[in-house]
Design a protein around this ligand. Structure first.
Ligand code: NDP
Ligand code: HSE
Length: 601
């Protein structure tokens, strides 16, 4: 995300840079044990990008691959030539970086994967135990103008005579040096333990997790958990290292710190009721099942459980009876059915019963915005719905950050992925009916696709945007709309001949008198317009501020981008439950911990 002057617009896909914090996150082999772990890592990265950070993700090879490559070198009799061994073993990290890039792409996060030679990452010393000595920071940061995440392979750099590796655990050193050279505000090493312990916790059950520890202490007690060269480099450059586990909201800080013991943090798994197992629900269930220590799933509510027989597996059963989904007082209800009637009543029931509510349903959020916030606030429960607008593009999170201080003037956006996808197909000469069918098959369209085509879905989203940008209630039905059906083949051809691009644009702006103008229109944009560059199911938003513009981009529809957004909301609640920020059901009215909803109630 970046503040830029209002014009001239140019095509781009990432969220712009300048006022972002930059985080370097390192994923080691202990958290990349198999290819499924890349989705978990991508989700961890998404947690940071939705909080407004740009991320450099530094990755190790998949567990076991570096050893296998060293053994392979050995079997070729090659251990005498360190340069050739380094050339072989770096491939584990190169492959891992590409896999991470693919996982991020599937999550809808704008990403660039860069190899050391593309970043001017220089190494010096023994080809199997080198140090990093330089990075073309300008080149790296330039990529962050169009991407939210850069993925870099750890463990090696370009030496004078070819690739040189940094010794065992060398990806820690890569992360520390990137954080130093890029001026990052965070260098977090993500491990399979939630911090540095006073003793090895596998051996000593009384070992204490440390909140802070000095460089010297960490080098002594971390016993290889953090590479000692990386700790020395951090000390030399006065950089704090965080050591954390995936999904945790806390970390051990290694720095100029006195040793301090952290609070014991544990929480019983939360019981979750998922309502709906379609395009989005199936993705969310997959995320939940990957965290059995954090979540227990109640039977998932569907219309026809028999149709879902083949998907049932350990931890996942189906029911068509809402009472079975709501059994044993779930802590979180995740509504992913869509539609209004049943979704509306079950969402209200969930909050009234004292559950947190997560939903991707823009129709109920637009219609019942005040009521749902009021219920959440009254019951001191969370109401989260970031997936309802923008899919994986974090527009509501960005509006919340900006509206607190920036004085938002207007928002324009492509906010319906189906329409954006269909326009692309029409431009390729496809018929409207066929393009709609494709969008349905891809899982982008609403159950009734006329909701997308006629602009109702965009109007619902715009109504929610107006709440977050201006704090004002505008009913979706009060927003004027144009339908794709109003487009004649002649107009589509004429627009293409003029070199323009058709887009469905939702716009809202505040007038001096405080009134709001809002519309969903089909516009023909010049190709140089920032929103014209959006492809397929992408969404994009331009937020107009007195001092310039902020843009937010990402995939706006489809299973994985949406499931990541929903799961991020669930994980936010889980982290707050761990810190006991939400009162327990039994003493719900006593504890006055933080809760979502006040602002809009
Ligand atoms: P789907 O139509 O793919 O899935 C809906 C699921 O809900 C199905 O499992 C269905 O059961 C179940 N369901 C629907 N009605 C009932 C009912 N009356 N009783 C019991 N179960 C019911 O929808 P999506 O996953 O695409 O969308 C879910 C929500 O997420 C919607 O609110 C949508 O607007 C929103 N959303 C969707 C995005 C996307 O890209 N698809 C992106 C952002 C938000 P069964 O399987 O038996 O039919
Ligand atoms: N049908 C919606 C769209 C799903 O295409 O944008 C995402 O909200």
């Amino acid at each position: 995300m970046k503040l830029s002057s209002p014009c001239p617009p140019e095509p781009r896909c990432g969220n712009q840079l300048s006022d972002h914090k930059l985080s370097v996150l390192k994923f080691g082999s202990s958290v990349l044990r198999n290819t499924e772990d890349y989705a978990r890592a991508a989700h961890e990265i998404y947690r940071h990008t939705r909080a407004g950070e740009k991320v450099v993700a530094v990755v190790s090879a998949l567990a076991g691959e570096t050893d296998a490559l060293f053994n392979l070198a050995e079997s070729m009799g090659g251990s005498k030539n360190a340069g050739l061994v380094a050339r072989l073993v770096r491939n584990g990290e190169l492959k891992s970086a590409a896999l991470m890039g693919l996982a991020l792409e599937s999550a809808g996060i704008p990403v660039a994967v860069l190899d050391p030679h593309e970043m001017g990452l220089k190494a010096q010393g023994d080809a199997l135990d080198a140090n990093l000595v330089g990075l073309d920071a300008h080149r790296v940061l330039r990529h962050l103008e169009t991407a939210d995440v850069i993925v870099a392979p750890g463990f090696f750099g370009e030496g004078i005579d070819g690739p040189a590796t940094l010794g065992r655990g060398g990806t820690d050193l890569t992360a520390v040096m990137f954080a130093h050279w890029l001026g990052a505000s965070r260098a977090r090493l993500i491990k399979d333990v939630d911090g540095v312990y006073s003793e090895d916790p596998r051996i000593d059950p009384d070992a204490q997790r440390l909140e802070c520890v000095s460089y010297e202490d960490a080098a002594r007690i971390s016993r290889g958990l953090v590479q000692s060269k990386a700790i020395c480099a951090a000390q030399e450059h006065d950089l704090t290292i965080e050591v954390a586990a995936v999904g945790k909201g806390y970390a051990t800080k290694i720095g100029r710190e006195q040793r301090r013991v952290g609070l014991a943090r544990s929480a019983a798994p939360l019981r979750v009721a998922v309502l709906g197992h379609g395009a989005v629900g199936a993705g969310v269930c997959q995320h939940l099942l990957a965290h059995p220590n954090r979540f227990i799933l109640n039977p998932v509510l569907v219309r026809d459980p028999v149709q879902h027989d083949a998907e049932a597996r350990s931890g996942l059963t189906f029911t068509h009876q809402a009472e079975e989904s709501f059994a044993d007082d779930p802590d979180i209800v995740v509504e992913l059915m869509g539609g209004l009637n049943l979704a509306r009543s079950l969402s209200q029931t969930a909050l009234r019963n004292g559950a947190h509510l997560v939903t991707a349903n823009k129709a109920i959020m637009a219609q019942d915005f005040a009521l749902l916030h009021e219920l959440a606030s009254r019951n001191k429960r969370a109401l989260k719905y970031t997936a309802a607008v923008g899919g994986g593009a974090p527009i509501l999170e960005t509006l919340d950050r900006l509206s607190a201080h920036a004085g938002i003037m207007a928002v324009d956006g492509v906010m319906n992925g189906t329409c954006n996808y269909i326009f692309g197909q029409l431009q390729r000469g496809e018929r409207l009916e066929d393009a709609i069918k494709r969008a349905q098959d891809a899982g982008f369209a609403e159950a009734d696709p006329s909701t997308d085509i006629d602009g109702h879905d965009a109007a619902d989203k715009l109504s929610i945007i107006i709440r977050h940008a201006f704090g004002i209630a505008i009913e979706p039905r009060a927003i004027s709309r144009q339908s794709l059906n109003d487009l004649s083949p002649g107009r589509i051809r004429a627009v293409a001949e003029q070199g323009l691009v058709l887009k469905q644009i939702g716009s809202c702006s505040a007038s001096r008198d405080g009134s709001i103008r809002a519309s969903v229109e089909i516009r023909a944009l010049p190709v140089s317009h920032r929103l014209a560059s959006l492809k397929e199911e992408a969404n994009g938003f331009i937020i107009h501020l007195p001092q310039g513009e902020v843009s937010v981009f990402g995939k706006g529809a489809g299973r994985w981008p949406t499931a990541h957004a929903v799961f991020a909301d669930i994980m936010d609640i889980q982290r707050l439950a761990v810190t006991r920020s939400y009162p327990q059901r039994a003493n719900m009215c006593i504890n006055d911990g933080p809760h979502v909803g006040d602002r809009y109630a």
